[in-house]
Ligand binder design. Structure first.
Ligand code: BG6
Ligand code: MG
Length: 212
């Protein structure tokens, strides 16, 4: 086997929370009179909550204090968490679950490496609470992707060396983080266009061939 562990990004890889991030940020942006669209939302992939808000504020005319920034990010998260309650195990694609089970059967350790502080909550909603061997997320890191910290910690949590881990990502910042951490990576979705990944996947189930 080429790898001993696979570390999955969560948002955009295991599930699709982008639409909820978009709706929640849109509400805050509208309140502040800031232009915000799907294209700007795409730039927020893999980026921490506060860094996402800084990107949104690039189009803000005024000056905002640190305290106000905190208040708006808290508000965004409250809206986002309400939307996440709509999620259920039905939002976990069968192809994803079948592939995860197949990788586990082959003896691979499976971990999450996500910038989100809501990762535990999302996994519960999807019926994956307790499924992964380790969860490294926004709660155990100080530097967000493209810093490798979240993946380096995930590798430590499962007790494997970086060179024995494969990272699966939908964001360029995530691929950069994996590479900076000394790990090979597989891109899904738009991340394929970056040309940074070791593997470019058309479908999630192609992972079965990649780990051979
Ligand atoms: C990442 C998302 O997984 O988590 C980003 O791709 C998001 O868009 C980041 O900003 C932080 O999420 P949260 O849930 O902690 O606000
Ligand atoms: Mg992602």
């Amino acid at each position: 086997m080429r790898y001993k562990a696979v570390i999955f990004d969560l948002d955009g890889v295991i599930c699709h929370t982008d639409k909820y991030h978009y709706l929640a940020w849109k509400q805050v942006a509208d309140e502040l009179g800031i232009y915000f669209d799907e294209e700007i939302n795409n730039r927020l992939r893999g980026v921490s909550r506060m860094e996402s808000f800084e990107i949104i504020l690039e189009r803000y005319e005024g000056v905002m204090s640190g305290e106000e920034k905190l208040r708006y990010t808290v508000e965004k998260n409250e809206v986002y968490k309400k939307l996440l309650k709509n999620m259920s195990p039905e939002d976990l694609p069968a192809e994803v679950k079948e592939t995860l089970d197949a990788l586990r059967e082959r003896g691979l350790k499976l971990a999450i490496g996500s910038s989100s502080k809501n990762a535990g909550f999302i996994l519960e909603r999807l019926g994956l609470g307790g499924y992964f061997d380790a969860v490294s997320d926004g709660n155990n890191i100080t530097n967000s992707k493209p810093d490798p910290e979240v993946f380096v910690k995930a590798a430590q949590f499962v007790g494997e060396k970086p060179e024995d881990c494969l990272v699966v990502e939908d964001a360029k910042a995530g691929l950069e983080a994996a590479i900076a951490g000394g790990m090979e990576c597989a891109a899904v979705g738009d991340a394929v266009l970056s040309g940074l990944a070791t593997w470019n996947l058309n479908t999630f189930s192609e992972l079965r061939e990649v780990v051979e």
